[in-house]
Design a protein around this ligand. Sequence first.
Ligand code: FAD
Length: 370
Amino acid sequence: MNKTADLIVVGGGIHGCAAALNSAMSGLSVIVFEKDTVARHASGTNAGGVRRLGRHFAEIPLSQRSMEIWHRIEDLVDDDCGFQNAPQIRVAETKAELEALRARAADVCALGFKHETIIGRGELREYLPAVAGHCVGALASLDDGFALPYQTTFAFQRKAQALGAKFHEKTAVQTVHRTGGDWTVTCSNGETFVGRYLLNCAGAWAGGIAQQLGERAPVEAVAPMMIVTNRMPPFCRAVVGAAGRPLSFKQMPNGTVVIGGARRGRAEPGSNVTEINFEQLRLSAETAIGIFPIMANATIIRSWSGIEGCMPDRIPVIGPSSTEENAFHAFGFSEHGFQLAPAVGEVMAELIAKGSTDAPIEPFSIKRFA
Ligand SMILES: Cc1cc2nc3c(=O)[nH]c(=O)nc-3n(C[C@H](O)[C@H](O)[C@H](O)COP(=O)(O)OP(=O)(O)OC[C@H]3O[C@@H](n4cnc5c(N)ncnc54)[C@H](O)[C@@H]3O)c2cc1C
């Protein structure tokens, strides 16, 4: 077994896989360690929303870059990832909410981005004929979409493997330290591996790796919850959120409805356990019925939650270590990192293989928590 590589990646979620793929495309040899199995955590359990709508302003350039890649995802990973182009629509239930959305759209436009637009009461019903009568309008990003999380993450892994990246699953990285110019990592099976570069993509567990580099990263492990319903007649062809309450809502091509939107259960990252919170689940169901009255006829067939790493300011950590040379971070995607992964993978490969990137990643520096 080859125990050396140019790059060692900690974490086999979508960010570890996307960085591995892009680094392999740049000619680096790559080893990825995953303590469980690839896509076992947030990257496999998420809602699959491919959303530029409503992003933190600092994330918009990366999100735009990712969206361009999503539209040609099959060329990149030889798999369509279940990607469907669909509008993302954030519904206003009151005039005050619509005014707040209008102000946001103006701010985004002033930054030079044109993807968010206000749609009025009539146009909203053209996109969403089943929307509740009290909804007054919406903010929309019409060229967004959704994809299938497992299919996508495995596609990135497979393409990275085809280009030579090696994946070690059920293998946790326990310690990382620099010896001379290289990184030595010691794994749960006692083996050691050596790499020139180290990339921390450890999701909700990334704070422990950062700590070994002498860096503070207050990652909170959270457990957003999802609901899937029985198959319903087709009534919604957009991904729908709400301005005033948490919601992420989409009808899949097979008729089932997938509902999420940041209502949380309880996460125990030490034992990989999550618990569904029944009261919070009820609120999600109530919101869905409030926006789409047809949902009162739905039946829940499945519910789950996944472990995600959340930062206090709800934007990720992306960029070089502030303490150690040749170490990098991409974690803490705070419940919205699936859409960003194609671009972040490119950016990490640029940083590692070329030493710099033009992407505006300064706001994501780990230094902000020092
Ligand atoms: C229910 C839910 C719904 C979501 N919905 C959306 C959505 O609609 N749209 C969107 O854009 N985002 C969404 N997200 C967020 C998105 O899923 C995450 O931001 C993204 O998947 C994070 O990817 P990651 O690779 O950083 O983390 P992860 O997928 O968590 O991967 C990190 C991996 O690192 C491994 N690891 C940790 N420590 C070690 C170690 N020491 N050694 C080896 N391996 C280690 C873990 O086992 C894990 O597999 C959602 C998340 C959840 C949970």
